[in-house]
Design a protein around this ligand. Sequence first.
Ligand SMILES: NC(=O)c1ccc[n+]([C@@H]2O[C@H](COP(=O)([O-])OP(=O)(O)OC[C@H]3O[C@@H](n4cnc5c(N)ncnc54)[C@H](OP(=O)(O)O)[C@@H]3O)[C@@H](O)[C@H]2O)c1
Length: 322
Amino acid sequence: MSDASKLKILITGGGGMLAHALAQTFYAFGVDHKLMSRAELDITKIDDILKVLDAEKPTHLINCAAYTKVDQAEKEPGQAVEINGKSVGNLADACKRRNIKLVHYSTDYVFADGDRTPRKIDDPLRPKGAYGVSKLLGERMIAEINPPGWILIRTAWLYGPNGPNFVQTMLNAARAGKPLKVIQDQTGSPTYTFDLASATLELIRANASGTFHLTNSGETNWFEFTRAIMDEFGITPTSLTPITSADWQTIKPDSAARPSYSVLDLSDYTRATGFKMPDWRDGLKRYHARIDSVAASVSIPVSSPEASADSQTSRPASRKRR
Ligand SMILES: NC(=O)c1ccc[n+]([C@@H]2O[C@H](COP(=O)([O-])OP(=O)(O)OC[C@H]3O[C@@H](n4cnc5c(N)ncnc54)[C@H](OP(=O)(O)O)[C@@H]3O)[C@@H](O)[C@H]2O)c1
C-alpha cells in the first residue's frame, strides 16, 4: 500500500472533466498534485514532456489529455491517432526513462460488439470507429513500451463538473423546453467522474499495475438514464421519446457508430483494492448534490438560471466528448 503523503502526481489534460475531478479528489485526500493544461504541456511534444518531468519530479503521471470528439474523429482520424496513440507512446517512453508510474484512461469503445455480458479485460478488441482505433493504439503503445508499474483504466459514459456531458446536455435541453429523443438500444454504465477519480486513487494506493475496468456499477440505456436524470432533478420534459441507434443515424448522419453493449466487468478492480464501485444511480445523486452545493456557494439569487449551474453549463453542449 502506497503512503498517500509520499505521492506526487502530475495530471496532463488539466482543463478537462476527469482532470478536474482528480484534482478535487486529491485535494480532499491531501495528495500532492499539479494540473497541467494543454497550454502548459502539449503531450504531442516529447521534449516538453521530459522537461516538465525533470522539473516536477512526480511519482505518478496521470494522463487525462485526449482527443475526445468521437464524431469529429471520423473526419480527422490523424489528429485522434496523434494525441490518443502516438503521444501516449511519448508519455510512456518518458515515464520509462525517468522511472515514473504512468496512469492512463481508455474506453469501452475499443471492444468488439458481441454478446450482452460485461466485457472482461481480455475480451476481443475491435473498435468500430476512428476514436476507438486511436484509443486502442494508445493502449498498445503502453503495453509495448512497458513503463514501470503502468496502470491502464478503461472507462465509459463519463459525466461530471467542468465538461460538456450527457447529464447537463439533457438538463439544458429539457429546461429549454426542447423535446428529447434518446437512444434506447445502447446499454452501458453511466460513470460519475468523482467516483472514477476516487477509484483511480485506490488503485495507486494499492500499488496495482496492469489494465483495469472502472465505471459505476449497474447498467442502463441512454433513454432510461435520461428518465433517471429528469426524476433526480425534478424536471418534467416537454416530451421524452425512445429512439433506436438507426433513428439517431438518420437524425445525425455524421455521428460515429457506438457499441450497443458497453458494460465493463469490474472484478479486477475489486480484487486489486478490496473496493466495489458505487451504483450509477448513487453517482447521479451525488453529482446532483455537488452541483447544487456549488450553485449555493455562488452569490447569485437561487432563482436565476445561472445559479442552477456550475462552470460546465457555460461550455457548448454540442461538444459531445468522451
Ligand atoms: N468522457 C467520456 O465519456 C469518456 C469515456 C471513456 C473514456 N474516456 C477517456 O477518459 C479520459 C478523460 O476524458 P474527459 O472526458 O475528461 O476528456 P475532456 O474533458 O475532453 O478532456 C481532455 C483534455 O485533454 C486536452 N488535450 C487535448 N489534446 C491535448 C494535447 N495534445 N496535449 C495536452 N492536452 C490535450 C483537452 O484540451 P482542449 O479542451 O484544449 O482540447 C482537454 O482539456 C480520456 O482519455 C478519454 O478518452 C472518456
